[in-house]
Every structure is written in C-alpha cells, then in structure tokens.
Design a protein around this ligand. Structure first.
Ligand code: PLP
Length: 434
C-alpha cells in the first residue's frame, strides 16, 4: 500500500498521544512513518535515514532490531505465544525475575511483579504500598509524597503522583492524597505527625526526565533513603527512564548505593522492543501478603499479559547483551565524549543555550531567547529546532524548550558527533537564520 494512502487512514482513524490532533491532521502535515530500523538508524517512508537521538522516546538500548533480541523473540514465539500468569507460569518470566533480582545485592529486592508499561509498574507499587499498610497495622498510612516536576505515567494513580501541573491539574480532584515537595531540604520540615500518614515517597532517581532532564544534586538520593528509614516510609524508585545503563550504571540508584523498597522498570527492560514492566520489592513487603486464603491478604492486582513470555525473552536477551558486550564499560568513554561535545555546542551558541545538563548518556539542552529570557511557550521553539534537526538526519523530541539527546547505548563516537552537529545546525537555522 502506498505510504500516502496509509497516512490518509492514519489521519482518519488514529489518535496519537500528547498530540494536538488538529495540527497532526492538517493537510500540510506529513507524519513520518518509520518503516525500518537497524542499530542507531531509522528509515522513513521516503527512504530517508535518521539517527535515533532520543532512543525512540527513551526506550531503545542496544539499537533497533538487534539480532540477539530478534532471535530470542522469534525462538520464544515458536514455543508459546502467551501464557497467563494467573494460575500458570513460564520459563522466560521465571528466568527474568531471577536475573533482575541478581542485579541487586543479595536479599534486598527479591520479588518481581510483572506488568506492561511504566505507568502500571507505578500503579502496582502504589497498591502494594497501600495494601501492605492495611495488613501491618498502619492503615492510616495512605498518603504519598512526590516531587515537584516529577513524572510517573498517565494512568490515574500514577498521574496523581506527577508534579507537572499541565498533566496533573485537570484530573487532580480525582487522584490520591499526594504531598509535593521541591527537594530533600523540604523533607526535614515535614513534621513526624505528617510523615506518619505517608506510605511511600516516589522519585525519579538522579534525573527527572519529563521535567526537562532536571538533575538532582549529588547525595540527594542517599539523603532521601535515610529520611525514609527514619520515618518508616517506603522509597519507590521510578527507574522507568533511568534503568538499563542510561545513567552510566545499570541503575541510577547504584550511584548512591541506594536500594529502594520498590523499584519500577519498564522502557528499556526489553531493550526497547516489547512492552513489559516490572515492580521489584523486598521479602518484607512480600511476606505481609501471605496468609490463609480467607484472610484476604492476596495482592488483588494483575493484567491479562502479566509476565508475557515473549517480552520476558526479549528482556533476557537485553541483559545478556549487557554482559557479553561489556556495554557499560564501553559506554564510559562515550559519556565523556558527549560531555566534550556539549561543552563545545554551548560555546557555539552562547546566547541561546542557557544550560546543559548531562547524566550519563542523557542530556538536556535549555534553549532561550537570551540569558534568563525563555521563549514564549506557545512558539514551540524546541519543536521547531527538532524539526530542523530532522533535515540534518537526527530524530529527537524536546520537552518544551529543552532539547533532549538520549541516544541508544550503541551509538558510536561518530554518530554522537553527527547528532550534536545536527542539533547545532538546527539551532542556527531556527534562531539565527542568515
Ligand atoms: C515514561 C515514564 C513513565 C511511564 O511509562 P509508560 O510506559 O509510558 O507508561 C513513568 N516514569 C518515568 C520516569 C518515565 O520516564
């Protein structure tokens, strides 16, 4: 079928996420249809090639259609397509649960509950944290604490933990009781009488993604862990974006030797190939759900595709690539190169780049009119720069006027140079046209 025809059908029937569909469906908008991908490169309906500068919205890890992951998926599909986790089990899910647990110190995070995406991994942690309190004599601990500008997904529960007002406020009155704070310092001001009403704190460790790649001060996560221990509040680490090497270590929590009470994983879990998520927790939490059937301590939660064998097989291959390819070791010089290139980029555009933040292989570049003067948000400056970068062979998507560079870990030094050059050319074209 000709791409033009398919695009007509898209505009007639699809509803895209976080998208003003009036703009999308406008006659002069030609959506990109990604037809194929290999490694860091994506190809559209016209055969044009692009570097995947944001890892296909923060998911891809080792490049597209990695042969080892593709082989694991096809092998698994020849065995069994799906197995319900309600009453049955399957080999990839069992092996993956063990492999995930083994990424943490012994006897810390020992239990794995599978769901389908980041939002449901968060929902699962929230419900576990609430039901745990009901079953351990603290039923009044029903509150959550979250951070300003945080993002934890779009289902109602996860969205009520979000600190980005445009996403949250519309549905706020329906959400759960959530207290928001700006950072670790503000925690000290919370009286014990109030923290006694909390079941858990949720954080994106080291860096808040949807906030525009906002980094936390070093030591903040460790401080939060201590506060949680002192106050008897659970720590939920949302590593949906930061997991699987993005920050330079397997998990962001490792940078501060923190083990959370709940760990939420999704995006990169399958190397960015299949929807699969996991919520890890401790034996202490798990034990509170054990009892006679009629005690009703069962965790009443699940999804049709919980523990999907094909997703789990893909995730096992993702982890095998990390080990066999010494991916984290090879990433370190690329992280250093990214820092060098970003410093040079900033020096090239001193007027329009207000700040550059990097955390491992994740970068956010803030674009302004002039020092301290943001562009009016309605002008969609970040979007316009990213559209210009496309013409230079780079695909990425901004968070408002923060440009995001978050390539797959397989990016080569050359690809990194090309990507930053594309951003530089795009900034020049949009903001300082000759
Ligand atoms: C993307 C994201 C989520 C939501 O994940 P979905 O798979 O989109 O539901 C939650 N938390 C963080 C930190 C994320 O980046």
């Amino acid at each position: 079928m000709p791409p033009q025809e398919l695009i007509k059908w898209d505009k007639a029937h699809l509803w895209h996420p976080f998208t003003q569909m009036q703009d999308w469906c406008a006659p002069d908008h030609e959506p990109l249809m990604i037809m194929s991908g290999k490694g860091s490169t994506l190809r559209d309906q016209h055969g044009r090639e692009y570097l995947d500068g944001n890892s296909t919205i923060w998911t891809n890890i080792h490049g597209h259609c990695h042969p080892q992951i593709m082989a694991a998926i096809s092998y698994q599909l020849k065995q069994i397509d799906h197995v319900s986790a309600l009453g049955f089990t399957n080999e990839p899910a069992i092996r993956l649960a063990r492999a995930l647990v083994e990424l943490w110190p012994p006897e810390t995070l020992t239990r794995v509950f599978f769901t389908d995406d980041g939002s449901t991994a968060i929902e699962c942690a929230m419900k576990m944290a609430l039901q745990f309190r009901q079953q351990t004599g603290e039923p009044d601990r029903t509150g959550f604490l979250a951070f300003d500008h945080g993002y934890h997904g779009d289902t109602l529960g996860a969205a009520s933990l979000g600190g980005v007002p445009v996403f949250r406020d519309r549905f706020r009155q329906l959400g759960l009781p959530v207290r928001f704070v700006s950072g670790a310092a503000a925690l000290r001001d919370i009286p014990v009488s109030e923290s006694d009403a909390l079941t858990a704190v949720v954080i994106e460790p080291l860096i808040q993604g949807a906030a525009g790649m906002r980094t936390w001060p070093s030591g903040m996560l460790g401080e939060l862990r201590s506060w949680c221990d002192e106050r008897g509040v659970f720590l939920v680490a949302d590593e949906v974006m930061t997991g699987f090497g993005r920050t330079g270590k397997m998990f962001a929590c490792e940078h501060e030797q923190v083990v959370p009470d709940f760990l939420c994983l999704a995006k990169g879990l399958t190397g960015g190939t299949m929807p699969l998520a996991a919520t890890l927790t401790t034996e202490r939490v798990f034990a509170a759900f054990l009892g006679r059937y009629d005690e009703l301590r069962t965790f009443f939660y699940g999804h049709s595709y919980t523990g999907h064998p094909v997703g789990c097989a893909a995730a096992l291959a993702n982890l095998a690539i990390f080990n066999e390819g010494r991916i984290l070791e090879q990433l370190q010089p690329k992280i250093a190169l990214m820092a060098e290139l970003l410093t040079a980029l900033r020096a090239t555009h001193p007027k329009h780049i207000e700040d550059v933040r990097q955390c491992g292989f994740i970068a956010g570049i803030d674009i302004v009119q002039a020092a301290g003067q943001p562009f009016p948000w309605e002008q969609q400056t970040g979007v316009r720069i990213c559209l210009a970068a496309r013409r230079h062979g780079l695909l990425t998507r901004p968070v408002r006027d923060t440009l995001v560079l978050m390539p797959p870990l397989c990016f080569t030094a050359d690809e990194l140079r090309q990507a930053v050059a594309a951003i530089s050319a795009a900034i020049r074209e949009v903001l300082a046209p000759q």
